[in-house]
Design a protein around this ligand. Sequence first.
Ligand SMILES: [Cu+2]
Ligand SMILES: [Zn+2]
Length: 201
Amino acid sequence: MVRHMMAKCTRIKSRSLYAGRCAGAPALVWAGVPAAAIALALIAGSWDAQANETKAGARLHDRNGTDVGTVAFTATPNGVRLHADLHGLPAGTHGFHLHAIGRCVGDFKSAGGHYNPDGAAHGFDVADGPHQGDMPNIHVDDTGRLEIEVFLPDVRLAGDGGLVDSDGAAVVIHAGSDDYHSQPSGAAGPRIACGVIGQEP
Ligand SMILES: [Cu+2]
Ligand SMILES: [Zn+2]
C-alpha cells in the first residue's frame, strides 16, 4: 500500500496533492480539494499513463532544494534515450546514475540503490556488470552547466522491469566520480542532486 501511494506521488503535478497523498492521509486531503482540482489530477494521471509508454522526465534539485535542471527520457525501438540539461552543479567529475526508488528526500539515500532489474554487478569495468542504471560520469566545468545525451539500450520505461515501476525511479548525481568497479555503487560519494522520474518536467 505504501508503495502504491508512493507511485501516485510521482504522477501528480499539484504540490498540495503530492504532499497530502504522500503523507498517508488521502481521504482527508481529497475531502478538502475542489472538484475541479480532482478532475485535473485524474486527467493528469491518465496523461501520465500514456506518457510513460514513450516519454518520462525528472526535475533535479540539490540538497537545498535548488533546481539544477532536467532529465528527459524517450523510449525508442532500441531502448531509452536520455537528454540531460543541468546547471548549478559543482565543477568536477560526478557519478550519474538511475536509482531504483522514486523518492528524493534528505541526503537522497531514499532513492535506494542503482536501478538493477537484472541483478547485475555494479560497473562497466566489471565482468558481471553493469547495472542498467549505470551511466558514464559527467564532467562539469566552472560554468556548472552541462547538456548531454546518453543511449540506454537495455532500459525500458514501462512494463515488466521497466524504469517507471510501482515504486518509481530517480536520477542521482554524486559528489565524486564513479570508479566503474567498486561495489555496490562505484564509490562515488554523497548524493548531491536527485530527481524523481515521472511526468515530463
Ligand atoms: Cu548513484
Ligand atoms: Zn551501479
